[in-house]
Design a protein. Sequence first.
Length: 276
Amino acid sequence: MEGRIAAMQAADGGSLRCGTPEPTQAQLVQDAAVMAGLIRTKSAPVVVPVYWHVIRSGTAVSQGNITDAAIASQIDVLNKANNGSTGGANTQITFKLMSTDRTTNSTWFTASPGTTAETQMKNALRLGAKNALNIYSSNPGGGLLGWATFPSSYQSNPKADGVVILFSSTPGGSAVPYNLGDTATHEVGHWLGLYHTFQGGCAASATAGGDMVSDTPAEKSAAFGCPNARDTCTGASFPGFDPINNFMDYSDDACMYKFSAGQATRITAQWAAYRQ
């Protein structure tokens, strides 16, 4: 585990931490239209039903069989991140655990994005409608901590919808420094419609950025660790330091604590368009 985390920290904002695919040009155009058509009214609170699927290779915690207490702690982390109690904006989203199931399958346990094993796992286990969050905890290969689907992808492939996370990234797990539960916060952010803060780099619009949110400063590449006062996009067109404290960067869990007000607005629009 330590070697894998070290390799991830040495990366420069590529795909090693998060396997969520970059949005397609069609998705970006569609999302721009969604945001442009948003009626800016106060959002109503949303309660998201959560179905947790523990994928394990055996019955020990080290084999992926995380405890009910760890899952409860993870739901608490998600709720605190989204209600603003950690220091960011209130997204008006609350998560409620509905059920937990446990499956022993060594092939699914190491499934990577886009593989037959991932498809089989999700086809067999996914529960609920388009508003339901399905979380699969496992041990994906390739140095990944997790990945997610975007809301705009649900209609074309509903069975694929959901979030996959490294089991040891849940609170108290062994994936230091990613063991406070914010891998799930990050991936659920994608599931709610958010992009990486560094998407598009410095070539992105200074007003909307590659993440299509105006209050997350442009960032050339992903941040690792907690590099305070990091400023990778400079000049008058790019005010502000990199948003290393944002859940949608790659910083250590202890460094990330907020969603921005603009991200909360985007979540509201994405929910209304795709999951309501």
